[in-house]
Design a protein around this ligand. Structure first.
Ligand code: AMP
Length: 140
């Protein structure tokens, strides 16, 4: 499948639709998942147009992983998570629903199983509060 420049994350990158942003640098953007599987569920995307792992250039892969490594501890600290799951799906058969490469940073909490994938929309105000907690931990 060819990269679709009208996918929802490409639109976020172009500023055509809003996102609750947490971090941005020259090569990557991180924003809150609107249907979080747990409080603090964050997505990291490259600014490079790539559908998934199979067409992702090495420099973009390195840039995303560098941002993931920077943000995961901030998610853990800011959200007081007991653990962090890093998740990345390739192809509809694997459960991928948005076809711009992305890595999920999913906080895990003891005794609270993650919710269903891409199922329930969170209130924008709640997402903003979680983003603020993560940003504060990032600047510690
Ligand atoms: P995947 O199934 O791995 O492709 O994950 C796509 C993720 O994007 C899901 O967890 C969705 O909840 C999330 N998502 C879909 N639309 C948006 C959006 N407009 N802003 C933020 N997250 C989104």
């Amino acid at each position: 499948m060819a990269y679709d420049a009208d996918n929802i994350f490409a639109k976020i990158l172009r500023g055509e639709i809003p996102a609750v942003k947490v971090f941005e640098d020259d090569n990557t953007l991180a924003f809150m998942d609107v249907m979080p599987q747990a409080p603090g569920h964050l997505l990291v995307i490259p600014k490079t147009a790539a559908e998934n792992l199979f067409d992702l250039p090495d420099p973009a892969a390195a840039a995303v992983m560098s941002t993931v490594r920077r943000l995961a501890p901030a998610v853990r600290q800011g959200m007081q998570a007991d653990g962090i799951r890093i998740m990345q799906l390739n192809g509809a058969a694997a459960g991928q629903t948005v076809f711009h490469y992305h890595v999920h940073i999913l906080p895990c909490y003891d005794g609270r199983p993650a919710r269903e994938h891409a199922a329930d929309m969170e209130d924008i105000g709640v997402l903003g509060q979680h983003a603020a907690l993560i940003r504060a931990a990032l600047s510690d």
